[in-house]
Design a protein around this ligand. Structure first.
Ligand code: DHB
Length: 365
């Protein structure tokens, strides 16, 4: 038997860039399904966020507004928990496969072919095939172009992300809009912090000195309250481009897409992993019903059911992104209008409540 997975294991993607915010429904799914309760013992509950503009912070108090919270627990930790649960359950997981081919998904001989890490070629016959293979999905390509619609938009900006050895600069996350562009002050632990600022997608991250990065982040959160970021050594810096994308339908024959294979969202609002887990919840119910009763009704409804939530999250992520980022070619009207929108949202209990509900996961879990 293989040794249990640990953080240093090669099989775990060391992608610490992934967002760390889990909706309450995602936390419930991980704990109720027995995957792990580590999210509760090692994650951090956050009862609100700050929206910052015009040099002032405006708290969105999730508990007061909708009686919910989110948990800060990075995606690589979720991966460790999922992989460990699969091993515990005796699941057969092949890491490091290549040359994947997905074949005959509309026939009763659906199969995938892969070359294993040791060079062996294998073919797996599947009654149901779940394509949960990320934004560069190979499975998605098995849906022919004439039945698939690719909805997407590109954004004229990216995020410059850093990891730094420093104490938290604030108790909760700060989403800031400034005349210099967006910044997000997030966290990883008491000693490691995660921060981002809006940049040009063609920016060369390695050309930035630590001092320049800190000065850029600081000027985006500067304000009358004297908020000062706690600086530390930066040990990772990278540019993260993003876009909005939905593949419709998310099912073709025996193939079911889940997570980033079916849709990607811009990172503002941290919906990506939460949406993937929501797909899994819908798909689980459909598979459970199919294998226990033989009825394919929920499988037939999978794409429409999943897409309902996907489009709401697309709207939220697009809205948060456009409200908080500044286009370099924005006119003075557009810049002032965006501040008007932020003032309208934060100045109204209904506005704050809408944001709080969507950020924490909404009513339909
Ligand atoms: C993080 C990323 C996000 O996109 C977000 O909205 C909040 C937090 C993060 O990496 O911590």
């Amino acid at each position: 038997m293989r040794a249990p997975l640990e953080e240093s294991d090669d099989r775990i993607p060391h992608d610490r860039h992934r967002a760390g915010i889990l909706e309450h429904g995602s936390v419930k799914l991980l704990t109720d399904s027995g995957v792990n309760g580590r999210v509760l013992s090692e994650g951090h509950r956050h009862d609100g966020i700050d929206l910052r503009f015009d040099g002032r912070s405006h708290r969105i108090d999730f508990q007061d507004l909708v009686g919910e919270s989110v948990w800060l627990y990075p995606q690589n930790e979720v991966f460790v928990d999922l992989a460990a649960a699969r091993e515990r359950d005796g699941g057969d997981v092949r890491y490091g496969v290549r040359d994947t081919e997905v074949l005959d998904v509309t026939t009763d001989t659906s199969k995938i072919r892969v070359t294993e890490a040791d060079g062996t070629e294998i073919e797996i016959h599947c009654r149901i095939l779940v394509g949960a293979d990320g934004s560069q999905s190979i499975c998605r390509k098995a849906i022919p172009a004439d039945v698939r619609t690719d909805h997407f938009i590109e954004y004229p900006f990216a995020w410059f992300g850093i990891l730094t050895e420093a104490p938290p600069s604030a108790p909760e996350l700060i989403y800031a809009r400034s005349e210099y562009g967006f910044a997000l002050i997030s966290q990883r632990s008491e000693t490691v912090q995660r921060m981002y600022f809006q940049c040009d997608p063609a920016e060369d991250a390695s050309s930035w000195s630590e001092e320049r990065i800190w000065d850029e982040l600081q000027r985006r959160v500067d304000g009358l309250d004297g908020l000062e970021l706690k600086r530390g050594r930066i040990f990772e810096q990278m540019v993260l481009p993003f876009r909005s994308y939905v593949c419709e339908p998310m099912r073709h024959g025996n193939l079911f897409l889940a997570g980033d294979a079916g849709h990607t969202v811009p990172p503002t609002g941290a919906k990506g992993l939460n949406l993937a887990l929501a797909d899994v919840r819908v798909l689980f119910r459909a598979l459970d019903s199919f294998f226990s009763t033989g009825s394919g009704a929920l499988l037939d409804a999978y794409s429409d059911t999943a897409l309902q939530r996907v489009w709401k999250a697309q709207n939220f992520s697009y809205w948060m992104t456009s409200m908080l980022h500044t286009r370099s070619d924005a006119t003075s009207f557009e810049r002032r209008r965006a501040l008007g929108e932020l003032a309208a949202v934060t100045g109204s209990r209904y506005g704050r409540q809408y944001l709080a509900e969507a950020y924490t996961g909404g009513p339909d879990n």
